[in-house]
Design a protein around this ligand. Structure first.
Ligand code: KMH
Ligand code: ZN
Length: 280
């Protein structure tokens, strides 16, 4: 693994996800104006990229093309954040709709490197889908972020790069999503093993730990020279018994940890250079 040393930390915020019900968690940003307000506050708190899932008028997950394009435009209008759209959607979304997410022309897209059990559900990512989405991202000049839920996904990333070459922009950025019931555990040991298995082409990686693994994964990622993803998609509890009040609180805490590690949060403009997103 030859990841480049970064003097600053990329903080990605994943504010919404597809799993939590608004009714259970009213602070979850689901409406377009809530997403914009969240993006603005998270950028001010230190985020440089936003990983977006969108919802419909009833706050249910959707991959509606018009709404996706509106969300990308709205975040771009109010912030400089790198806009990453989720192509994972919810576990119920069909593969063809997940491919069509790229029609909304994001800067970046998530790209999960294999199927994984996801609680009681299955998050489906068969190889032909992974391959098609990757080739589409190369064609549309969208920078993929490879989502790695398990060590097998790291092995699949070796195969993808070997068979289909580098992503648009030439940088290879991945994100370890740890602690999902069905994937690798959110521990420092698992992170060290997974980082050690990365292909040599990987330039940067971040990590996020689901639920109570959040802090352990964040500390381990910083110790290993990685970047951070935080947000209510992954964590609904700020500390024992204290629900997250706003995504910006999680970003602010991540920025504080990065500062302590003497790799302060990078700006969105720095993130564009790091990731080599398409100029806009
Ligand atoms: N909602 C999960 C099933 C991604 O955004 O690419 C998948 C997910 C990954 O959140
Ligand atoms: Zn997601």
């Amino acid at each position: 693994m030859t990841s480049l040393p970064a003097p600053t930390t990329l903080i990605t915020v994943a504010p919404t996800g597809a799993e939590t019900d608004k009714a259970d968690f009213p602070a979850l940003p689901t409406a377009p104006d809530e997403l914009v307000e969240t993006a603005v506050r998270c950028e001010a708190a230190g985020a440089a990229m936003i990983h977006l899932h969108i919802r419909d008028d009833e706050h249910r997950p959707t991959l509606d093309k018009g709404r996706l394009a509106e969300a990308v435009a709205a975040v771009r209008e109010h912030t400089a954040l790198v806009v990453q759209l989720s192509t994972g959607g919810s576990v119920h979304d069909p593969l063809d709709e997940r491919l069509a997410v790229l029609d909304a022309e994001p800067d970046s897209c998530s790209l999960t490197m294999g199927t994984v059990n996801f609680g009681d559900d299955v998050f489906l990512n068969p190889w032909p889908f992974v391959r098609d989405l990757y080739q589409l991202s190369q064609e549309r000049e969208v920078v993929p972020e490879f989502e790695l839920f398990d060590l097998g996904h790291v092995a699949a990333l070796h195969r993808l790069l070997r068979e289909y070459g580098l992503p648009y922009g030439g940088r290879v950025h991945c994100d370890f999503v740890m602690g999902v019931p069905g994937g690798m555990p959110g521990t420092a040991d698992a992170l060290v093993a997974a980082v050690g298995a990365l292909p040599g082409e990987v330039t940067y990686w971040s990590a996020t730990g689901i639920g109570r693994t959040t802090l352990a994964v964040a500390f381990a990622a910083l110790a290993k020279g990685g970047h951070l993803r935080v947000g209510m998609e992954d964590t609904l509890t700020f500390s024992r018994g204290v629900p997250v009040a706003h995504n910006a609180d999680l970003v602010r805490r991540a920025a504080r940890l990065a500062e302590l590690a003497q790799r302060p949060a990078m700006s969105a403009d720095e993130a564009r250079v790091l990731l080599q997103t398409r100029p806009r």
